[in-house]
Design a protein around this ligand. Structure first.
Ligand code: HEC
Length: 217
């Protein structure tokens, strides 16, 4: 015959009660969530000024899936698969400043603020990238830079989900400005601003030394 153990049955009852309470709590929770105020997809709204429940995408949103659109603006290549030699945006001061900001956020930690390849992460052990002033890299078309940013290169991870396509082009334009800055001649500075230069100017040379940098835009 089994001995009745009062402590055991008390704990059984308690456990049973606890379980029951949990089930009740969950049921309540389910009901609350089921009935909570919400909009259905593309429903009308009295709340938002434009009358639509769906909200427009915030500026600068990056698509989760890589676009399949065969547009050089999003791929950096033309129909033949060649890197495009131009930047598909109007390059002005604001565009370059945006590029500098994005470069300093996303690239400088490895490539350095001037693109020499000596950023802090490299100083701490990351593989050193080639200088962005290296003649081979300088000679690459604009679309190549867009591609490297978008898809990564060697151990450099890709930035497709981190940087919008427009900003990838802005960074590309800014890299061109960086390259020019390291190789500029006195002739490149507008005549009326040359007296702002400090130090001994390097020997003035022919202003065609820009090596294909003029085709922005
Ligand atoms: C975490 C460090 C890191 C970041 C961030 C990074 N890069 Fe790189 N990048 C590298 C390394 C390392 C290489 C060389 C990769 C290799 O050789 O395996 C490289 C290579 C390159 C190259 C040269 C490709 C060639 O032909 O040799 C370019 C151009 C470049 N990066 C541009 C950028 C730009 C623009 C950004 C910012 C959007 C960026 N990188 C962000 C580390 C980085």
């Amino acid at each position: 015959m089994m001995l009745h153990n009062p402590r055991r049955s008390a704990s059984k009852i308690l456990r049973g009660l606890a379980g029951g309470v949990a089930v009740l709590a969950l049921a309540g929770c389910h009901l609350d969530m089921w009935n909570q105020p919400k909009y259905k997809t593309l429903a009308k709204s009295e709340f938002f000024a434009d009358g639509a429940a769906a909200r427009p995408l915030v500026e600068g949103v990056v698509p989760f899936q890589v676009t399949t659109e065969r547009n050089p603006r999003y791929s950096g290549v033309d129909e033949e698969g060649a890197f495009i030699p131009r930047i598909p945006y109007h390059v002005n001061r604001a565009f370059l400043e945006r590029g500098r900001e994005q470069f300093d956020i996303f690239c400088a930690q490895c490539h350095g603020r001037t693109g020499q390849g000596n950023g802090m992460i490299v100083q701490r052990g990351m593989k050193q990238p080639v200088s962005l002033h290296d003649p081979r890299v300088k000679g690459m078309p604009h679309g190549y830079y867009f591609d490297v940013i978008t898809n990564g290169f060697g151990v450099m991870y890709n930035h497709a989900a981190r940087i919008s396509p427009r900003d990838r082009w802005a960074i590309t334009a800014y890299i061109r400005a960086l390259q020019l800055s390291q190789d500029a001649r006195v002739d490149d500075v507008p005549e009326d601003r040359r007296d702002e230069l400090s130090g001994t100017p390097n020997a003035p040379a022919a202003s065609d030394a820009n090596g294909g940098q003029d085709d922005h835009g």
